[in-house]
Design a protein around this ligand. Structure first.
Ligand code: ZN
Length: 96
């Protein structure tokens, strides 16, 4: 099966996501997503990206963009990029 790829850069605009060590999740998600988008294009894989700039996207709009990319089909793979700020140790201390 020839897959089509939809890349979603998590968060964006008014929604920064996680942050730590001077890194804001929405920015890193966008860098990773733009890199993936460029690489898939270079490789000749059909690919679309949900956002390529720092814009606010509502959950409904995000889903609509995913569905508009290549439709809702078994040959569509959606990659949603997110980066967490905390590790297991943080969660452990938080719970205790
Ligand atoms: Zn996230």
């Amino acid at each position: 099966m020839d897959y089509k790829i939809v890349i979603d850069a998590g968060h964006g605009g008014d929604d920064p996501g996680a942050s730590g060590n001077g890194i804001i999740e929405k920015d890193l998600n966008l860098k990773i997503s733009n890199y993936m988008y460029d690489r898939f294009r270079e490789l000749g894989v059909p690919v679309k990206i949900i956002r390529s700039t720092d814009e606010t996207i509502s959950p409904t709009e995000r889903v609509n963009r995913v569905l508009d990319a290549f439709g809702n089909s078994d040959d569509v793979v959606v990659i949603s990029n997110h980066i967490n700020a905390g590790g297991a140790e943080f969660i452990y201390h938080y719970i205790i």
